[in-house]
Write a new protein. Structure first.
Ligand code: LLP
Length: 407
């Protein structure tokens, strides 16, 4: 069993005030995770994990910088108070909206495809840039989030780096950073290959490189019996890589890490109310008022999120399926990849019970949608005794605000 890190009474009070479904984030956990990574020179938050304005602002206050992947994320970062030199834009292509922004703001870019070089140089010549390298292998909890190897669209293929460096030099760009994001999993053998590949790439850009980035991809234990990630070893290993490179290059480097999940995931709970129970054939269902419009990871990746019911932690369990309100069979929080139902030992639930879906601080609210015309949930950041609303529930008027009726 996983413990809820926030007091049950507090969770009940928050639901009374903000209704369900409700995202609640526990600031202490985020602070602790940030602390774990202080061995890096820069912690660059990958805001795709949760781009909430209030959270971004708060994270900036803790000394984090930010990674952005779209014009909208840049807009959010600027609104949240990040200065231009605290923002990096990372992508494998420039769309027109981001080129427009880059034309107006001088942001550092991390280029994942060769054609971006000339496109960027034509609007901002003589700049420092970072190159994101695909080292030819990858890692991920699902093939759809594997970000290395030939089947991943991400990054500049490692064998093309010499040619890409020539192209950069020709346009007047200087390659000051080498970046790799392929997810480390908890496999340190794999991590050592990543570190080796990053060093090789950094040495190819030896004349100009000043920054290396380990990317993100640090795992968290989603299952209750899963061991925690050995973050101390992770930091030490990267520090070793950094000092070896510094010795070879004979100058100091800055080393970045770019996590999203590791910082936020475990801090988040999705609170949802039980609205019914039923049995179909041999399967017992608990029906709740959150759906995959709120949290899509189980439906999209077959991802496991631990589930608990407030006030029932010590009650006997039986296999049960937790499903939401959407008109889709895939709207289940207990499923395997491929959409197969996976009943899970859970206590008996009654209408009105509060169910908690755990570890949803990253890629929960950020991947939410308005499917079935459901409203986006509210989000609350709890710090000490204060609970601050960082997003209020959407309204029906907001739901249709951009649409144009044909009267
Ligand atoms: N940096 C880059 C360039 C990335 O592409 C990503 C994630 C990160 C950093 C942060 O990765 P993290 O530390 O959060 O693992 N929606 C999926 C995750 C997709 C991640 C894509 N890139 C999920 O729900 O698991």
């Amino acid at each position: 069993m996983k413990l809820r890190s926030l007091d049950d009474q507090l969770l009940r009070d928050l639901v009374r005030e903000h209704d369900t479904p409700l995202y609640v984030y526990h600031a202490d956990i985020i602070r602790q995770r940030i602390q774990d990574l202080r061995g890096f020179d820069v912690i660059r938050y990958a805001q795709k994990a949760n781009p909430n304005l209030g959270l971004l602002h708060w994270l900036r206050g803790l000394g984090l910088k930010v990674d952005t992947v779209s014009a909208g994320e840049v807009y959010r970062a600027l609104k949240a108070g990040f200065t231009k030199d605290e923002i990096v834009f990372t992508a494998d292509l420039f769309d027109h909206s981001i080129l427009d922004i880059l034309g107006r703001h001088n942001l550092h870019v991390n280029l994942g495809s060769p054609d971006m070089i000339e496109q960027y140089a034509s609007i901002r010549p003589r700049q420092n840039v970072t190159l994101r390298i695909n080292p030819g292998f990858g890692h991920g909890h699902d093939q759809r989030v594997n970000t290395g190897g030939p089947e991943s669209k991400h990054g500049i293929w490692h064998e093309q780096l010499p040619r890409v460096l020539e192209r950069a030099a020709k346009t007047g760009l200087s390659v000051s950073g080498i970046h790799m994001h392929i997810g480390s999993g908890s496999d340190f053998k794999h991590l050592s290959r990543v570190r080796q590949a990053l060093s090789t790439a950094a040495l190819m850009a030896a004349d100009t490189v000043t920054t290396i980035s380990a990317g993100g991809g640090l795992p968290i234990p989603y299952y209750p019996d899963e061991p925690a990630f050995d973050v101390i070893r992770f930091v030490q290993d990267w520090q070793e890589t950094k000092s070896e490179l510094e010795n070879t290059l004979n100058r100091p480097l800055s080393m970045e890490v770019e996590p999203g999940r590791y910082l936020l995931a475990e801090a988040g709970l999705l609170l949802t109310e039980v609205r019914g129970t039923k049995t179909s054939g041999s399967i017992d269902y608990i029906l709740v008022d959150a759906g995959f419009d709120n949290l899509v990871r189980p439906a999209m990746y077959g991802a496991y999120h631990h589930i608990s019911i407030i006030g029932k932690d010590d009650q006997p369990t039986a296999p049960r399926v937790v499903a939401g309100p959407l008109c889709e069979t895939a709207d289940m929080f207990t499923q395997e990849w491929g959409g197969f139902v996976k009943p899970r030992p859970l206590p008996e639930a009654q209408v009105g019970d509060l169910l908690c879906i755990h570890d949803v601080g990253a890629y929960g609210a950020s991947m939410a949608s308005n499917y079935n015309a459901r409203l986006m949930a509210a989000e609350v950041l709890v710090e000490g005794r204060s609970a601050r609303l960082v997003r209020r529930r959407q309204t029906f008027d907001e739901l249709i605000a951009q649409e144009i009726d044909l009267l």
